[in-house]
Design a protein around this ligand. Structure first.
Ligand SMILES: [Zn+2]
Ligand SMILES: [Zn+2]
Length: 95
């Protein structure tokens, strides 16, 4: 295995469009920083401009929902299951 291949895997390809990272879905800032990551709760892709130190898997919008509006910290799948509890069949749970 060549070192070039290893290096290529480590480096993420980030495309910039002016001040914004292409793919950053946040509307809370005009200039991006760092890298893209995905919010655990709403699966929105944002850059390092978003995120907090206490709930670091959440984007700013979800942080606001959870911390300020006292919403539940649910991922999209969990939220969907809350809304549609009857559609989940017990034999589909593979835990
Ligand atoms: Zn951004
Ligand atoms: Zn989010």
């Amino acid at each position: 295995m060549s070192q070039r291949t290893l290096k290529g895997r480590e480096l993420q390809k980030i495309k910039w469009e002016g001040e914004r990272i292409v793919g950053c879905q946040s509307t809370n800032h005009v200039s991006c920083t760092g890298d893209l990551w995905e919010c655990e709760r709403c699966n929105k892709k944002t850059c390092w401009e978003e995120g907090s130190t206490d709930l670091f898997d959440l984007c700013d919008d979800c942080w606001y929902d959870v911390r300020v509006l006292k919403d539940e910290y649910l991922t999209l799948l969990e939220h969907w299951q809350e809304i549609h509890p009857k559609t989940i069949r017990t034999n589909q749970i593979t835990n």
